[in-house]
Design a protein around this ligand. Structure first.
Ligand SMILES: Cc1cc2nc3c(=O)[nH]c(=O)nc-3n(C[C@H](O)[C@H](O)[C@H](O)COP(=O)(O)OP(=O)(O)OC[C@H]3O[C@@H](n4cnc5c(N)ncnc54)[C@H](O)[C@@H]3O)c2cc1C
Length: 508
């Protein structure tokens, strides 16, 4: 019997040809795709030969954490949203549950710069619609008529047409221009830094668009969603994890790079090629009529053959890789514009800062005409990311039409951000630590019609079985969205393999 089993196993090992998969791009999208490919391969008992190719000398892409004297500085993302649970679930699955750190509820609150003065964002408006009446009525951010106009959302009939529209048109229609400019635009600036009159409501605010159609009002829809979430949190598992699940923003105690590192160490036998840039992807047919890909590396690094290629690079980079393979795909990818951005972090000695620091940070509406779009008091939002006697501030720069920071050298940039913090928050102390991260073409813009362009891309990809695209350019820029898309992409790889067994040559 034992002999029979051994011979069956060795026969299977011998006969089964591992599916050769190359994933290009080692940001969170590529890493998640690799993780879920490995997981599904184990579940399906399918052998895969996985290679991850990353152009830089480290994994993580936009995720970059620098730890210096107990100060944790995030250069890119600093936390993730828990309303979509994909990132939270992945952290728990990877054994990082005890590392989760919920945004500090005691110092909660976001401020908005309004005519040079910081005013508190009324509680309940954090997701872009007022859900709590009293704080909303009390805010000095909006005029009386602005508040009345916002509340008219409860009475305005829902839109009949189902075509896409801009965020400016959607929010302007429901809540009026004042709420759009003072609250929604700055809230979404950190995510897209885009033009609200160009960004697509359907692609950027799908939940809100859905709420209008289901509840006839965003306020009613939001209140309903908040009640459901509160209820779910009450019944979820462990205390610390339940706290994280019920907090809107969560990070990891040692910084978000932990997530990238944990995924990469879970990849086991897979090959990870760092410092290796892909130049082009080409396609040919094998004698059996199967698609075969050549992943051609830059310089003299040669090429890698693959049955499946997943590109998780930014849209403009992916377009370059596919230009010769399919110019129509490259054209559609080129329609996805990007905005450059930067973060400047300062650590200050707490006892040298005279003014009190309020809330988790503040946002700067475009109408204020500032270089800086927002600032997070990281040490208040995530205590533990800095020693108790340190204030860690992180400022964001860059709008779609406001990228002049990119022309400034580091010293001038630092000086301007310091002057700004002094003027707005009264911080005149000299920082004990400064870090600058410049992100060229960092934030993809989901402009009106984005979802149609993605649907067209999907159709064109049907002509290239075995070629898949994922990444922040398509179905959401947040870490949870990228992780979810990585998961869906891994599922599609296996579905395609199952559909045409001979295509991947599962047994020969
Ligand atoms: C400043 C900033 C703050 C942010 N804050 C948050 C936040 O707080 N929360 C949140 O959820 N999201 C945040 N985001 C968004 C989120 O970080 C990104 O959308 C996400 O990390 C993108 O992941 P990705 O894997 O799709 O792309 P990337 O991280 O850009 O990874 C793409 C990878 O492809 C590699 N690559 C490119 N070309 C090639 C090539 N030819 N060959 C090989 N490799 C190549 C790159 O080197 C890179 O590693 C922020 C983004 C920025 C810029």
């Amino acid at each position: 019997m034992i002999l029979q089993i051994q011979s069956f196993i060795s026969e299977q090992l011998f006969l089964t040809k591992a599916m050769k998969i190359v994933v290009v791009g080692g940001g969170i999208s590529g890493l998640s795709t690799c993780y879920f490919l490995g997981k599904l391969a184990r579940q399906n008992n399918q052998a895969i030969d996985l290679t991850l190719v990353e152009g830089e000398k480290r994994l993580g892409g936009k995720i970059t954490t620098d730890v210096s004297d107990g100060v944790i500085i995030e250069g890119g993302p600093d936390s993730f949203f828990t309303l979509k649970s994909y990132a939270l679930d992945l952290c728990k699955e990877l054994g990082l549950g005890s590392e989760l750190l919920a945004a500090n509820p005691e110092s909660r609150g976001t401020y908005i710069l309004s005519r040079g003065k910081l005013s508190k964002l009324p509680e309940g408006t954090e997701t872009g619609a007022p859900t709590r009446l009293i704080p909303f009525l009390q805010t000095d951010l909006l005029s009386f008529s602005g508040k009345i106009r916002t509340l008219m959302d409860l009475a305005i009939p829902k839109r009949k047409e189902s075509s896409d529209e801009s965020i400016g048109s959607f929010i302007g229609r429901r809540f009026g221009r004042e709420f759009l400019v003072k609250i929604v635009e700055p809230l979404y600036a950190g995510i897209f830094a885009g033009d609200v009159y160009k960004l697509s409501a359907k692609a950027v605010l799908p939940r809100l668009v859905e709420m209008e159609s289901t509840h006839g009002s965003l306020i009613r829809g939001m209140r309903h969603a908040a009640a459901v979430r509160k209820n779910n949190a009450r019944f979820s598992g462990k205390r610390e994890e339940a706290k994280s699940s019920s907090s809107t923003f969560v990070t990891l105690k040692g910084g978000l790079l932990q997530l990238a590192e944990r995924i990469s160490s879970s990849l086991g036998d897979s090959s990870i090629l760092l410092n290796t840039k892909v130049r082009e992807v080409s396609e040919s047919k094998s004698a059996q009529g199967r698609n075969q890909f050549q992943v051609i590396l830059e310089g003299n690094d040669g090429s890698i053959e693959a049955d499946v290629v997943v590109l998780s690079t930014p849209a403009y980079a992916t377009s370059k890789l596919l230009r010769r393979l399919d110019s129509a795909i490259a054209f559609l990818l080129d329609q996805i514009q990007y905005v450059s951005t930067a973060t400047v972090s300062f650590a200050f000695c707490k006892n040298e800062v005279k003014e009190s620091i309020k809330g988790h940070g503040f946002l700067v509406p475009r109408t204020e005409g500032e270089l800086i779009t927002g600032c997070t008091w990281e040490s208040s939002k995530f205590p533990g990311h800095a020693p108790l006697d340190v204030i860690l501030a992180r400022c964001y720069l860059g709008w779609f039409d406001h990228e002049e920071f990119a022309q400034l050298d580091d010293a001038t940039l630092v000086q301007k951000v310091q002057e700004f913090l002094n003027r707005v928050a009264g911080i005149s102390a000299q920082p004990i630590l400064t870090r600058i991260y410049r992100w060229n073409r960092a934030l993809p813009q989901y402009t009106v019609g984005h979802l149609d362009r993605i649907a067209s891309l999907d159709l064109l990809l049907n002509n290239h079985r075995g070629l898949f695209l994922t990444g922040a350019a398509f179905h959401g820029v947040g870490l949870p969205d990228c992780i979810h898309d990585g998961h869906l992409t891994a599922q599609k790889v296996f579905e395609t393999a199952e559909e045409s067994e001979d295509y991947f040559g599962i047994s020969e």
